[in-house]
Design a protein around this ligand. Structure first.
Ligand SMILES: [Zn+2]
Length: 169
């Protein structure tokens, strides 16, 4: 399942900006993020989304099976396989809790978040004034889905001003 195209896609969407002295650089996914802050990518089957950190792990170590690929660096969007370890789902949950991380990211806490809290408020105001999700996603450099969830408050739950979706475009 893992081939050169996937490796190339992973490479083209990561940045090494974050550096952890103890672990080395995080390869932070700069493409679309799922609601838990993990990078995601569409592969051959457009309906199926893959988590980029799992793909990165699989590329190096083989398929993780039913185990969770956890992050030592605590950066969900990180795709550096050397920052990951395998755990059971309950290990992963315990690990997240011990690090004080809920399973929902709080906006700017996601290191690679492309928007600030001010951007989120401005995006929601523009939508309420009649701008479309398509236009706003392009303006803020996020994918359509991220913009939609940001506007309706499924993402950035702690930022006020969420708007019910009246226009799905
Ligand atoms: Zn990392």
């Amino acid at each position: 399942m893992i081939d050169e195209r996937i490796v190339a896609a992973l490479r083209s969407h990561v940045t090494e900006e974050l550096h952890r002295a103890d672990l080395g650089p995080c390869w932070v996914w700069t493409g679309c993020l799922c609601r838990n802050g993990y990078g995601q990518i569409h592969l051959a089957n457009p309906r199926r989304k893959e988590l980029t950190h799992r793909l990165a792990w699989e590329t190096i170590n083989g398929h993780p099976g039913t185990l969770h690929v956890c992050h030592k660096c605590d950066v969900p969007a990180c795709c550096n396989p050397s920052h990951m370890f395998l755990g059971t789902p309950s290990d992963n949950l315990a690990d997240m809790r011990s690090k004080g991380r809920s399973n929902r990211p709080r906006g700017e806490d996601i290191h690679c978040s492309k928007m600030s809290e001010e951007d989120v408020i401005a995006m929601r105001e523009s939508y309420a004034k009649g701008e479309t999700i398509t236009v706003l996603s392009a303006r803020y450099g996020v994918c359509f889905r991220t913009a939609k969830h940001t506007i309706c408050g499924e993402y950035w739950t702690h930022v006020p001003g969420a708007v019910p979706l009246h226009n799905k475009r």
